[in-house]
Structures are given as structure tokens and as C-alpha cells.
Design a protein around this ligand. Structure first.
Ligand code: NAD
Length: 496
């Protein structure tokens, strides 16, 4: 089954199905393609290039050739081009949102929000491009001038996931270009169309040929494509967002060429509601944090811990709110939760629910089966009480609209359980005790702590994790450094 994707008539060219290398849209060397499908009904949207190692190498050839001129361009000039790209993304918000919704499944309103979120990183780094300051160090000995300059690392390879097809790639490409690097990228096989459209807009904005290149690849050929970049010494940095096992694989396989790495990996976020919390605010925060993109976000609360004194009241309020969540395809204006990305995702979610019920959990709301009447990849939001650390959902990212509630008795106990995971991306807690706020924020082992807040993401703040959630930060003033190295210039006395 195939289906059409309707855009602003004049902008059908935003649906690209070929690679973009060295300023040209081109077929793959092997002539193979793979289908991009709509997760709402598994219909084929369009076939795109299934690249090979040869295509990946051609992309690096182009990025490598373009690097010296882009590196040496005045920062203001780079900033202006990135700003033009930003303006074009904002101008085409609606078309981009339709592409996102179609290939990824999130409701259109959320997809529009994602476009602006992606654009905010592009704007931020256009502004940061002119602020890659170095340092002058007071020399500890006579006769020396000691300075520090920041330089772009070189060719950057970006590999991105499917859950935020615009934001994840924008927040890698924008800082890389701002720093003076050139880029090769490979979007997730489920959602390449958004990335291709973004590159089309970058091309229009006037980015020089070769500065930005993209190859698409299926699940089967991805290891060969990315593998080509891992072994190529000209690629100086890998920036990756995705699962922890793949992130570790990239770290191992890039060791021989000692590349710089940024790894934004999986999470297992705790969401803690203390007995002194504002319960209505906590329920509202959880609804925002948990159900964005149907729970398919790396910072989605995966484990909800509620103090025994407020447990029943919290669960009752939450169940009431969850009952109002409408599930449906992105085309339904009232849909708040779209389809999950594919059958594997649905299987994992249903397995987690069944395992929790087998181990004594109670299903307060939801279903142990998918919502087949809507389409193959729809599931109901689910609320499970009596969650315990024996359950799979306590250890694995569910990546779906499932809320397991654990009951706890003391602050020390909940901090220990919250930290008892190899992951450390985001944590949330609700409390109105100021001493506790600082104590718990310090004790939680994660790169991000949200206090009395369900939506913290911002281009102005550093996003990233600790432990198995990876390293490196995206966004903020720290984000530019990830694409630069530090050169120390020591000047001795000149001969007079
Ligand atoms: P994934 O690791 O399966 O895929 C991510 C990317 O890696 C895709 O482009 C994929 O094609 C590629 N890939 C897969 N196998 C590869 C291999 N052997 N060699 C090279 N590349 C390979 O992850 P996913 O399922 O697409 O995304 C979901 C995961 O991403 C979740 O774990 C989520 O928490 C994480 N995530 C993290 C962040 C963050 O900022 N920390 C943001 C979004 C998603």
C-alpha cells in the first residue's frame, strides 16, 4: 500500500528521496532503495536511497574537500548562512511538521512544536558562531606569550534517532557548522524524510557545496555506512543520539582513529513525588513529561515514585487525567498520542505491561493489547500501580505511554532506588521543601534534574547525560565546544 503526503503545492521538492553529497542530490552507488513507511497504517510514503559504504565515503570526500574554506570563512559569514537556514525552517514550519507527523507519527501540533524547537538550536548556534572565544593566559615565566585558541575539529559524522527527526539532527548540525566543521549525516531509517527536507532548506539558504552532506540507509546497511565513517581517519568526530548499545559500539569501533565523541544515549528517568509536593502540579508535570511523543522520548519519566502519604490521591488524579488522552493518527486534530514507531516498539511496550502484571502490578488504566482497530502500531496509555524493582519496566526504557507507580517511604530510600540504574539522563522531582530541593538535586545521578517542572528542554541549556546515558552536551554555550579543540600557542621572545 502506498499513500501521498500533501505539502504546500510549490514545495513538493521538500520530499527528497536521494542522498545529498557535495551539493548534488544523487542516487546511491548500488542503486538500491528502501521504503519509508507511515507508522499509522504501515503504508509506504516514498522509497529512499539505501546507501553503501561507497556513498558514505563519497560524503566524507565532499565534506573533507569543503572543510578548509568553511573553517577559514569569517565567523560572521558562517553565522549569516546558518541564520538564513533558521529563517527558512521557520518559514516552512507547516510543511516540515507534516513530514514529521507522517513518518514519525506524532500529532501535528506536537510536530509543529518540534520544528520550532529544532529551529531554536539553529538560531542559537548561529549566534554562538561569533563567540568561539579563546584565552590569554598570564605567563608564569618571563618572555612568553601564552594564548589559547579554539579550532573546529574537522569533518563531523552525525547519526540520529527517529523520535525527534528534526530536533536531533538540527542540534548536531547547527553547532558543527557554527564551529567551522563540515558534516556528513545519516538519519534514522524510520524517519529520513525530515532530515532530507532540512538539508534541502540548508542548500537553499546557500550553504557551500560539501559543508553538509546526507546519506540514508536501511537498518541492514546502516552498519556498513556508519562503519565506513568509523574507520575513516578524516572523520574527526562522531556525534550520536540513540540507544546505549549502539553508542557503546560506536565508541569501541572509533577507538582506532581516536575520534572525539558525543553520545546522547538512553535513559531511565525517575519522577519522584514527595509528600510535601503540590500534587496537581506534579500530575500536570508528569502528563507533560510522560506523554510527549507518546512516551517515546529519552527523558520520558520511566519510573514514577510516589510517597505513601500521597500515593492514592496522586494515582486518582493521574488516572482522571489519563482517561482524557485521545489516541489516534496525527491527522485527527484531537489526537494527543499517535502510533508507536513500529511493531518492535509495540511488542516491547506490551511485554513490559504483561511482565509487570505477572509480577503483581495492578492495571489501573489501559490494556494489555494494542489498539488494532486504529492501526497496527497504536497502544493505549497504561497506568500500573504496585510497581517493583523486579519488573522489566524498572530496568529497561519502555519508550511508550506506560506509567508504573512505585510507592516509597523515605527520601533516603527513594534516592537509592532512583539511582539504582546504569542510566543517568534526566530526573524529575516535586517538593516544596527548599532544603530538600537542593539536597535531592545534588543526590540524583543524572545530567539533568527538573524540580517542580515537567518541560525543561531549551536551546540555552546543556542537554546530556552521565553513566550509560553517555557524555557530551547539546545546546547552550557548552554545545559549541563539543565541535572544537583547544590549541595552546606559546610564543617565546622574538630575535631583535
Ligand atoms: P538506535 O540506537 O537503534 O538508532 C539510532 C541511530 O543509530 C539510527 O540512525 C540507527 O540507524 C543507527 N544505528 C543502529 N544500529 C547501528 C550500528 N550497528 N552502527 C551504526 N549505527 C547504527 O536508537 P533508536 O531506537 O533510533 O532511538 C531510541 C533511543 O535513542 C532510545 O534509547 C532513546 O533514549 C535514545 N535517545 C536519546 C536522546 C538523548 O539526547 N540522550 C535523545 C533521543 C533518543
Amino acid at each position: 500500500m502506498t499513500s501521498t503526503l500533501t505539502l504546500t503545492p510549490a514545495r513538493d521538492d521538500l520530499i527528497q528521496s536521494r542522498n545529498f553529497i557535495g551539493g548534488h542530490w544523487c542516487e546511491g552507488a548500488d542503486g538500491r532503495t528502501f521504503a519509508v513507511v507511515d507508522p499509522a497504517d504501515d503504508s509506504v510514503i516514498v522509497p529512499v536511497v539505501d546507501s553503501s559504504g561507497a556513498d558514505a565515503k563519497a560524503a566524507v570526500d565532499a565534506a573533507s574537500a569543503a572543510f578548509p574554506a568553511w573553517r577559514d570563512a569569517p565567523a560572521r559569514q558562517r553565522a549569516q548562512l546558518i541564520k538564513r537556514w533558521h529563517a527558512s525552517i521557520v518559514e516552512h514550519q507547516e510543511d516540515l511538521a507534516r513530514i514529521i507527523s507522517r513518518e514519525q507519527g506524532k500529532p501535528l501540533a506536537e510536530a509543529r512544536g518540534e520544528v520550532l524547537y529544532a529551529a531554536s538550536y539553529v538560531e542559537w548556534f548561529a549566534e554562538e558562531a561569533v563567540r568561539a572565544y579563546g584565552d590569554v593566559i598570564p605567563a608564569p615565566v618571563d618572555g612568553r606569550r601564552m594564548t589559547v585558541v579554539k579550532e573546529p575539529v574537522g569533518v563531523v559524522a552525525a547519526v540520529t534517532p527517529w523520535n525527534f527527526p528534526a530536533a536531533m539532527i538540527a542540534r548536531k548540525i547547527a553547532p558543527a557548522l557554527a564551529a567551522g566543521c563540515t558534516v556528513v549525516c545519516k538519519p534514522a531509517e524510520d524517519t529520513p524524510l525530515t532530515s532530507l527536507a532540512l538539508l534541502r532548506l540548508a542548500q537553499e539558504a546557500g550553504l557551500p557545496a560539501g559543508t553538509l552532506n546526507i546519506v540514508t540507509a536501511s537498518r541492514e546497511t546502516t552498519p556498513a555506512v556508519v562503519g565506513q565513517w568509523l574507520k575513516d581517519p578524516r572523520v574527526r568526530k562522531i556525534t550520536f543520539t540513540g540507544s546505549t548499545p549502539v553508542g557503546k559500539h560506536l565508541a569501541r569501533e572509533s577507538a582506532d582513529t581516536l575520534k572525539k565523541l558525543s553520545l546522547e544515549l538512553g535513559g531511565n528517568a525517575p519522577f519522584i513525588v514527595f509528600e510535601d509536593a503540590d500534587l496537581d502540579a506534579a500530575v500536570a508535570g508528569l502528563m507533560t513529561a510522560k506523554f510527549r511523543n507518546g512516551g517515546q522520548t529519552c527523558v520520558s519519566p520511566n519510573r514514577v515514585f510516589v510517597h505513601g502519604a500521597v500515593h492514592d490521591a496522586f494515582v486518582a488524579k493521574l488516572a482522571e487525567r489519563m482517561a482524557k488522552l485521545t489516541v489516534g493518527p496525527a491527522t485527527r486534530p484531537d489526537a494527543l498520542i499517535g502510533p508507536m514507531i513500529n511493531a518492535r516498539a509495540v511488542d516491547k511496550i506490551l511485554r513490559h505491561i504483561e511482565d509487570a502484571l505477572d509480577k503483581g502490578g495492578r492495571l489501573v488504566f489501559g490494556s494489555t493489547r494494542g489498539l488494532g482497530q486504529l492501526g497496527p502500531n497504536f497502544v493505549s496509555p497504561a497506568l500500573i500501580t504496585g510497581a517493583t524493582t523486579e519488573m522489566a519496566l524498572a530496568h529497561e526504557e519502555t519508550f511508550g505511554p506506560v506509567v508504573p507507580v512505585f510507592r516509597f517511604g523515605s527520601e533516603a530510600e527513594v534516592i537509592e532506588i532512583a539511582n539504582a540504574t546504569p542510566y543517568g539522563l534526566a530526573s524529575y522531582f516535586y517538593s516544596n521543601d527548599i532544603d530538600r530541593v537542593w539536597r535531592v538535586a545534588a543526590a540524583l545521578e543524572s545530567g539533568i534534574v527538573a524540580v517542580n517542572e515537567g518541560a525543561f528542554a531549551s536551546e540555552a541549556a546543556p542537554f546530556g547525560g552521565v553513566k550509560d546515558s553517555g557524555y557530551g552536551r547539546e545546546g547552550s554555550r557548552y554545545g559549541l565546544d563539543e565541535y572544537m579543540h583547544t590549541k595552546y600557542v606559546c610564543q617565546g621572545n622574538l630575535k631583535r
